[in-house]
Design a binder for this molecule. Structure first.
Ligand SMILES: Cc1cc2nc3c(=O)[nH]c(=O)nc-3n(C[C@H](O)[C@H](O)[C@H](O)COP(=O)(O)OP(=O)(O)OC[C@H]3O[C@@H](n4cnc5c(N)ncnc54)[C@H](O)[C@@H]3O)c2cc1C
Length: 384
């Protein structure tokens, strides 16, 4: 049953709202009334958010995590125990069974805590575990989801290669089918979040087309390179990978041969929304920090919040946030309504959110003045 309350059914549940806009049509039946979670799910989400803050307050220091290069196994264990690592996974596999809207609302809160934590959670849930949830067989779900939903294991999504980034269809990794039905995998991946962790969904070309394969930590020939030293998001475990004749058993093929590219693209379309809501959470925190700063900082005999040019910067941050929040939650609502084509909405959410956090961080940085440059303040880490 849909987790959403709607007074009228969508008129075109399987077509795209954004694509129809480009054709000059407004399918208002798809978006009005604005989708909302049911009360029971709202309560569940609110409890999960309280748990998230309890665990984070007890076990997470963003600055230390950034120095250590990892969010911390203790934090992961705590989040797993409180049900925060399998948010949309079915209850039969130990998850919370949230809708896309409920899931993205909790991810908003991860974004408010810290961008590194938000990315680690996004890699694990939005793209790492997601293809197993969406395309896994019952046997694969039973085998992998309980450990992933509880945080005993973490997931990764390994698509990007040295010669294939935006042009993901051009990957060079190859999987050769063997007589016993297994696959022999060779190739190279780079920039893989949670790269040294436990369950990795990866993609390769084969004689039978693009394939999606599930790799497990410790498989012979799966070589994990050193963690990249990065500009920001330093508590994210970003690694290169090399596949040297890795034997992937037949039961670790995800979907059918030839379906790999569709699985990769669908996962990314679905996963991008939580990036949007993570930015919403991060920006809300940034706006709070900025308002507090402008109320407390006095220059020319008064709080700088009284100057119109200062108010204007904050007003634009709030206005853009309103637009972003509306469009991302509209998109999650469409997914929950059963709309299957949301690729444009999802791409708009990703592009708008990343452009917007840059805009907001820049303004917050300016309003904090010279102290924003100091590493004792949160602004420089947010800007990175
Ligand atoms: C922090 C971080 C985490 C990541 N995590 C993961 C992960 O977990 N798993 C994973 O698989 N990958 C991951 N990636 C890789 C990421 O998906 C790629 O960096 C991205 O797909 C872009 O590829 P590229 O870096 O090769 O850039 P390129 O594809 O080489 O692009 C370079 C520039 O050219 C532009 N460009 C390319 N084609 C066109 C075109 N047709 N028209 C106009 N402009 C174009 C691009 O927009 C970009 O500005 C991560 C990257 C980063 C930085």
């Amino acid at each position: 049953m849909s987790a959403l309350r709607a007074h009228e059914p969508a008129t075109h549940p399987s077509s795209s709202f954004a694509k129809s806009l480009f054709c000059g049509e407004v399918q208002s039946g798809m978006v009005l009334p604005f989708p909302a979670m049911e009360r029971a799910e709202q309560r569940k989400v609110s409890d999960l958010i309280s748990s998230l803050h309890d665990v984070v307050n007890e076990r997470y220091d963003p600055e230390k995590a950034s120095e250590k290069g990892w969010v911390g196994d203790d934090l992961i264990a705590g989040l797993g125990e409180r049900g925060l690592l399998g948010l949309y996974v079915g209850e039969q596999y130990g998850g919370q069974g949230l809708s896309q809207t409920g899931y993205c609302r909790v991810m908003e809160e991860y974004g408010a805590v810290d961008a590194s934590l938000s990315v680690v959670m996004g890699v694990h849930q939005s793209i790492g575990m997601k293809p197993l949830h969406l395309f896994g067989s019952d046997e694969q779900k039973e085998r992998f989801l309980p450990d992933l939903a509880s945080g005993r294991k973490l997931a990764a999504f390994a698509l990007t290669e040295p010669d294939a980034g935006s042009d993901a269809h051009n990957i060079q990794s190859r999987a050769e089918r063997q007589a016993d039905g297994s696959w022999r995998l060779n190739g190279e991946k780079r920039f893989i979040g949670n790269g040294s962790k436990d369950v990795l969904v990866t993609f390769a070309q084969s004689d039978q087309g693009f394939v999606a394969l599930i790799l497990e930590k410790g498989m012979d020939g799966l070589e994990v390179g050193p963690r990249y030293d990065t500009l920001g998001l330093r508590a994210n475990d970003l690694r290169p990978l090399r596949f040297n004749d890795v034997r992937v058993p037949p039961e670790n093929l995800l979907g059918e041969p030839g379906e790999g590219f569709r699985i990769a693209m669908h996962t990314l379309n679905n996963g991008r929304m939580s990036l949007g809501t993570g930015v919403i959470g991060g920006t809300k925190k940034l706006i709070d920090l900025t308002i507090e700063q402008c109320q407390n900082r006095r220059q020319f005999g008064r709080a700088i919040a009284e100057f119109e040019l200062v108010q204007e910067k904050i007003a634009w941050m709030v206005s853009y946030l309103f637009g972003l929040e509306s469009l991302v939650y509209l998109t999650t609502g469409l997914v929950d309504e059963g709309v299957t084509d949301y690729s444009i909405e999802s791409a708009i959410s990703k592009v708008s959110s990343t452009e917007f956090i840059w805009y907001a961080a820049n303004r917050a940085f300016q309003l904090a003045g010279g102290k924003a440059y100091m590493r004792t303040e949160p602004y420089e880490r947010i800007l990175r």
